[in-house]
Ligand binder design. Sequence first.
Ligand code: PEP
Ligand code: MN
Length: 373
Amino acid sequence: MGEQYKLVARETKPQGTKVRIGGVEVGGAEFIVMAGPCAVESDHQIRNTAERVRAAGARILRGGAFKPRTSPYSFQGLGEEGLKLLAAAGRATGLPVVTEVLTAEDVKLVAGYADALQVGARNMQNFALLKALGSAGRPIVLKRGLSSTIEELLMAAEYVCLHGNPHVILCERGIRTFETATRNTLDFNAVAVLKQFTHLPIIVDPSHGTGRRNLVGPVSKAAAAIGADGLIIEVHPEPETALSDGPQSLTPTEFSAIMRELAAHLALQGRPLAVGAGSCDVGGIDAHRERIDSIDEALVNLLCERVRIAIELGRLKRDMGYPIQSTERETVVVERAKRLSEGVFEPSAIGRLFRAIIEETRASEECHAVTTK
Ligand code: PEP
Ligand code: MN
């Protein structure tokens, strides 16, 4: 398989690639969420969406100006006017912008306005476009074709790299299968497989992957769990009036709720959700508080589970005639916590926290031992 693509193969760069869009790094330690409407429709619509998604923690603004529509009678996008509105909304909010380019001829025009260029699913094997993107001078978000294999996706990425542009992010956005309950079938295997086969970052598009707004939340969490580097999500201030992809677009409020849940899920994996740089407003404060609430919930759940396991352990120790307390073991636990939290916590601070947890866990254990005697 490695014969067909070389530059993008994992072996070429085992440590992985980080792709910079504006000042935002995709493929690094932080999980990056790109969000915005399917299509730029008006100045008000894109600015409003940009402000709301930024406040919720999105780091990159999306919005189509040239739309590849299945029907020629559907809204085709605002073209260059849409690019101008998108770039202005990006400047106003401090968010870099990503937008689709449909043809090789348009690459220069779109690159003049956008921080990253998206290749849509229907264009994944438009080889003239892929070659032109080699000299676009902008990073590329390359979406998997509706009926393309993972190997074909990698070969498409190889085209862009071979022609001079190594800054490629892959995007799993669902493929066509016999299933009709959802718009597409999101191939989670692809994310895990791509992580093994290539060093390029991989993001997931849960909006096109499902076609239904109430599936975007669970699928986003699954994408984070399986190791995606980020997400691209459609958000519209009034999805019911959207000129394209309304049924899969989230309201800004729904989007915030998903970001809040994602923060806790990612924290469990030790991966931070990127925090928006420019959230200096009330919405930003609320969003941060909501994330803290969500993390506290996860923290309490973990502490409860820790106590449950400790009680079981206590039972085993008693049955085997071991003492309940082991000071050596406690020291190992505390020292490990210090190592894991290096750079964030003062060692003495995490030490105090863990001593308290250990003590309270033991108290629960002992209390349980008494009540179950
Ligand atoms: C889009 O992102 O709006 C889009 C058209 O996506 P895809 O190419 O994945 O269908
Ligand atoms: Mn869309």
